[in-house]
Design a protein around this ligand. Structure first.
Ligand code: FEO
Length: 162
């Protein structure tokens, strides 16, 4: 079993992953309403990915013979100003998630909980991608996005996300 403190923290992270999904779903809806269908698709895919992250925490908590505790989901921001705003918020959000994961790794190390340390390594690697991808898109939007045709080309590229 997990320690009480670790079980609580992993449950909270499960909740943060669900929140992340909700956060991106709002962005997808905003983008769809703003005629940015490629952006909308990209954030919808991100919503699905976050639910997979949440499921990994759920499965792990249960595997360790603890109970999954479902916590209230915070209301995400719903007022956005542009595609650039969406990716700026995404990058900041993912940087925060990386800090939360790093905190969990430290806690697992302090508790000599090797299994949890190993479980978290997947997230440590994933967070590199979770930061790098939006950082690259944001850079592109900042460099080219003022031009309507270029923004439309970026929107087309985002539509290709698998
Ligand atoms: Fe589950 Fe985007 O971090």
């Amino acid at each position: 079993m997990l320690s009480e403190k670790m079980a609580k923290s992993l449950n909270e992270q499960h909740n943060r992953e669900i929140y992340s999904g909700y956060f991106y779903l709002g962005m997808s809806a905003y983008a769809a309403s703003s005629g940015l269908s490629g952006f909308a698709h990209w954030f919808f895919q991100q919503w699905k990915e976050e639910l997979i992250h949440a499921k990994k925490f759920m499965d792990y908590i249960i595997k360790r013979k603890n109970r999954l505790v479902l916590l209230p989901i915070e209301e995400p921001p719903q007022d956005f100003s542009s595609g650039e705003d969406l990716f700026n918020r995404t990058l900041n959000h993912e940087r925060n998630v990386s800090k939360l994961i790093a905190g969990l790794v430290e806690m697992a190390k302090d508790e000599n909980d090797r299994e949890t340390c190993e479980f978290l390594q997947w997230f440590v690697k994933e967070q590199v991608e979770e930061e790098t991808t939006p950082a690259g898109i944001l850079k592109k939007i900042r460099a080219e996005g003022k031009d309507e045709k270029a923004l439309s080309a970026i929107d087309c590229q985002l539509a290709g996300r698998k």
